[in-house]
Write a new protein. Structure first.
Length: 234
């Protein structure tokens, strides 16, 4: 049977969506900082918008893309389609390739926005929750000419994928890890150690904030820190 088997490949394309949230008093005569927000695995943009709602009234232009990988999410009495930023089966090389593909997709969206909205691309940051936090750190650190900072919320700064760019990006890209002390999905000690590893690589503005009573979530204190971090970076 094996000798009669032939393998083939064909590209399968999916259309993905994104949402742009304009500043409250959007003025075509000025340019605005860009904040890219990446939701968690199995979610969509509505979850992150809900958790960061107090920050959405600021003078930033927000981009909320939807993860390009659709996946089935089953509840007790319901089923829906969620979205992911990358595919992971434990193999780090395949993970890096999946993240790189998504990174190119996200940078392409930003380039599209430049033609339609008044964006100051010299003031852009990316942040994300959970899986989106992993993606945000890799995207921001590996594109130092595109982002001033990258913030992972309840994810982890994946320093293993930052080693090749640290010399160029270390002084330019600010990194932040925002975490819950009771997070059972991504342990707080692993998140703290990742920040230390980023500093050792040369990311001199890598910082850590913890809400000691929070789990795998975005609490008001965590959202407040993100807001303060955005003010400092942008």
């Amino acid at each position: 049977m094996h000798e009669r088997t032939r393998l083939g490949r064909r590209v399968f394309e999916l259309e993905t969506s994104y949402e742009v949230l304009l500043p409250p008093r959007y003025d075509e005569g000025r340019r605005y900082p860009l904040v890219v927000g990446l939701h968690g695995m199995g979610q969509d943009e509505s979850h992150l918008k809900r958790d960061l709602a107090p920050l959405l009234e600021r003078d930033y232009l927000w981009l909320f893309p939807r993860g390009p990988y659709p996946l089935e999410v089953r509840g007790k009495d319901s089923m829906r389609v969620g979205h992911a930023w990358y595919m992971f089966d434990g193999n780090q090389e395949r993970l890096a390739a999946s993240m790189e593909l998504t990174a190119r997709h996200l940078l392409g969206i930003i380039d599209t926005l430049w033609n339609s909205f008044r964006i100051d691309l010299s003031r852009a940051v990316v942040l994300g929750y959970s899986q989106g936090g992993y993606m945000a750190g890799v995207l921001g650190a590996n594109n130092p000419m595109r982002f001033r900072g990258a913030c992972s919320i309840a994810g982890r700064l994946k320093h293993e994928f930052m080693t090749g760019v640290a010399a160029k990006a270390g002084a330019r890209v600010a990194l932040a890890q925002v975490h819950g002390g009771q997070d059972a999905s991504v342990r707080a000690d692993a998140a703290r150690q990742a920040v230390e590893a980023c500093r050792a690589l040369g990311f001199v503005r890598a910082e850590y904030f913890e809400d000691p009573r929070a789990g795998h979530e975005i609490t008001p204190p965590m959202a407040a820190f993100v807001g303060q971090w955005l003010e400092r970076i942008l």
